[in-house]
Design a protein around this ligand. Structure first.
Ligand SMILES: [Zn+2]
Length: 372
């Protein structure tokens, strides 16, 4: 496999300011490292170098997205607001979407990373791509930034794929532990882009991501939310992939697959409670690679979203890129032994949650069958 990799040093220079977990520090919140810190992403990069996997990845350079491209998803007034904050004092572009000085250009380059990834796969420059995009994008709505997301990288890249290559069926899968509300909004009435978000139910945002939200108008049936209970581990995720996502892809037959890859379902994440292991992320990647081979000549693009454990995100992400490239390094997950006793089976509450999604979605996807 020829696997492309995209990052830019400036991705690590987007500055959220000081904070404690996801809040601005002050009052009784003593200053700490803000949870969306560059270090998590830099450590992904560092482990790729340290393991020498970086040597075997095809390096692709991002470019800044144009304002016209950002307007595929975002309102002009919102784009102008972000630019003004970025050029002056910085500030919040909505709800916890911090714009630092110069963040407009970095966010544009993050979008451009996703666009470059799509172009590289569509033009057969590489087989697949992992783009270490930062700031992340999946929460960002048309005129509102949310949850560290300023512009919606993956949504804009999907629109780019529609416009430039005339694609009629794109599948966007968001496995970040939080609901991909921004991406859902961008394609809610679009039957040409199927959106699947698998997430911890009501983790964030706390009022979106319901299984009943299936799309509207011509897009009805093409929005698939899979809310799972806290504590779902590898086995629960794999079951949801095998029994919901794979059959839907087999019916939809996508021409391109985009993954919003947030590694915050990982077992040490401060903002998620999903207990996934690096090995589990490898299994999910394998399932998606098989589906991409079956339906779209292997065309699959991964764009980094959330993931806040400095210690663990690098190992989860390395495993994903190993599976993408087919190259096994000598790095093993040093935390695997410590995860013995973590959930590794399909529990009844997870099976119930999966079946509830299937009962909603089999109105649209006839091959879905509830689990016994
Ligand atoms: Zn997240």
């Amino acid at each position: 496999m020829k696997t492309g990799y995209i990052y830019d040093e400036s991705y690590f220079w987007h500055d959220n300011g000081s904070g404690t977990l996801y809040l601005t520090s002050g009052g009784y919140l003593e200053k700490d490292v803000f949870v969306e810190d560059p270090l998590t992403k830099r450590r992904v990069n560092n482990l790729l170098f340290r393991s020498k996997l970086m040597d075997d990845l095809h390096q692709l350079k991002p470019r800044e997205a144009t304002k016209e491209e950002i307007e595929y998803v975002h309102k002009t007034s919102y784009i102008d607001k972000v630019k003004e904050l970025s050029d002056t004092t910085g500030g919040d572009a909505g709800d916890h979407a911090i714009v630092g000085r110069g963040s407009y250009e970095i966010a544009s380059l993050s979008i451009g990373g996703a666009i470059r990834a799509v172009d590289a796969v569509m033009e057969n420059e590489v087989d697949n791509v992992y783009a270490l995009t930062r700031p992340p994008g999946h929460h960002a709505e048309a005129d509102f930034g949310i949850g560290f997301c300023i512009f919606n990288n993956v949504a804009i890249a999907a629109k780019h794929a529609q416009k430039k290559y005339g694609l009629k069926r794109i599948l966007v899968l968001d496995w970040d532990v939080h609901h991909g509300n921004g991406t859902e909004q961008a394609f809610y009435d679009d039957p040409n882009i199927a959106f699947v978000s698998i997430h911890q139910h009501l983790s964030f945002p706390n009022n979106t991501g319901y299984k009943e939200d299936v799309g509207t108008g011509a897009g009805e049936g093409y929005n698939i939310n899979i809310p799972l209970p806290p504590g779902t581990g590898d086995a629960g995720y794999v079951a949801a992939f095998q029994h919901i996502i794979a059959p839907i892809l087999d019916e939809f037959e996508p021409e391109l697959i985009l993954i919003s890859a947030g590694q915050d379902p990982g077992m040490f994440d401060p903002l998620g409670r999903m207990m996934m292991t690096a090995k589990g992320f490898g299994k999910l990647t394998d399932i998606m690679l098989d589906l991409a081979d079956k339906h779209c000549d292997g065309k699959i693009v991964f764009c980094h979203e959330g993931g806040y454990s400095n210690g663990y995100v690098p190992f989860c992400t390395l495993r994903i890129i190993e599976q993408l490239s087919g190259i096994k390094t000598d790095v093993t997950d040093p935390f695997e032994e410590g995860s013995q006793g973590y959930p590794d089976q399909l529990y009844s509450n997870q099976k119930a949650a999966i079946n509830e999604v299937i009962e909603v979605q089999n109105k649209y996807w006839k091959t879905l069958k509830t689990l016994p």
